[in-house]
Design a binder for this molecule. Structure first.
Ligand SMILES: [Zn+2]
Length: 339
């Protein structure tokens, strides 16, 4: 054996780097680069938090959300800050061979920070660099259809730079009865509809998101594995899951990385992508998600490539844009070992 041959770890890292990738589950507030938070408030945020350590586990969703809202409140005080953050995040993703990003911004920036949501959306759009396709979603909490917010949410359906909506936030709060009709109107207005489900609530909530909200993609959705009929529903309707394995481990959605159900979901015919969710809290990179699949779940290079390919298949982009990237993935796989 040639002593200069790369180690299996190096070769795996090169393979993952070489794969054209997507990231379709990324909260822009949760993607805030630490350097920007630190620069805005150096005394409060001198160094990354304990939650970046691989062995760190959040006590609960409330623990996680409390810390994240703290960062967001201290940084996202204007549309310009959203622009600054998005510009840095998009440049980072492009440098990681990511060609397509779906990112959401929280309607809380309108409700609690008093920002102009349309201006925030426009500021994120203006940060998109050449070579990266970006779709922007408005994240709405289960109880987000308040008297104050309902007119804003209605107007959002005509914002030209908004590509879709996404139900998010604490899953145990009852979903406002206004949500199903709003999701229908959103689709009627040409917006793509996603919902976080099957993270802290079980498979029944995934079914609710699909059947009652008509969600076209599920964020997380991993607990669909608890009911074979729900996994079959996702497979039949070709509703993909935007899975975030590191997030699931650190938030104790799964007991360990090795116990993560993504392989079982894929074996059930459910299309799955991988993303980082909120890297400012988890300290993860998109490559870490693929590494977890390989190291802890034994994904082969072919299987890693399948996950990357799924990202392009579900992308909200025309086939003539997707196909060359999918072909490139297939060529990398057919080349076998990369040097
Ligand atoms: Zn999420």
């Amino acid at each position: 054996m040639n002593s200069s041959a790369p180690s299996p770890e190096t070769e795996l890292a090169r393979f993952i780097a070489a794969l054209p990738k997507t990231e379709t589950h990324l909260h822009i507030e949760g993607a805030l680069p630490w350097e920007l938070l630190c620069r805005a408030n150096p005394a409060k945020y001198p160094s990354p938090p304990a939650s970046w350590h691989p062995d760190f586990r959040f006590r609960s969703f409330a623990h996680f959300e409390g810390e994240l809202l703290g960062y967001a409140g201290d940084y996202f005080q204007s549309p310009e800050r959203y622009h600054e953050c998005a510009k840095a995040v998009f440049a980072d993703r492009l440098a990681r061979n990511i060609h397509y990003v779906e990112t959401s911004f929280a309607s809380g920036c309108i409700d609690f920070m008093g920002l102009d949501g349309r201006a925030v959306c426009d500021a994120i759009r203006a940060a998109v660099p050449a070579g990266l396709e970006v779709r922007i979603f408005l994240g709405i909490h289960h109880n987000g259809w308040t008297e104050k917010m309902s007119p804003v949410l209605e107007s959002a359906l005509s914002w030209p730079n908004l590509d879709g909506i996404d139900l998010h936030g604490a899953e145990d709060i009852p979903v406002d009865p206004a949500a199903p009709a709003y999701f229908r109107r959103a689709r009627g207005a040409g917006k793509f509809t996603k919902a976080h489900a099957g993270e802290f609530q079980g498979a029944g909530f995934v079914r609710f998101a699909v059947e009652e909200l008509g969600a076209q993609r599920i964020e997380h959705g991993v607990r669909a594995i608890e009911d074979p009929a729900v996994a079959a529903l996702l497979a039949e309707r070709r509703i993909a899951l935007d899975v975030c394995p590191v997030s699931n481990v650190k938030l104790r959605v799964v007991p360990s990385a090795a116990a993560h159900p993504i392989r079982r979901l894929m074996d059930s015919g459910v299309a799955c992508t991988v993303s980082t969710d909120d890297p400012v809290s988890f300290g993860n990179t998109p490559e870490d998600e693929y590494l977890l699949l390989a190291r802890d779940l034994g994904f082969s290079k072919n299987e890693l490539a399948r996950v990357a390919r799924t990202g392009f298949e579900v992308a909200l982009a025309p086939a003539e844009w997707k196909n060359p990237r999918i072909r490139q993935i297939d060529e990398i796989v057919s080349q076998g070992t990369l040097v």
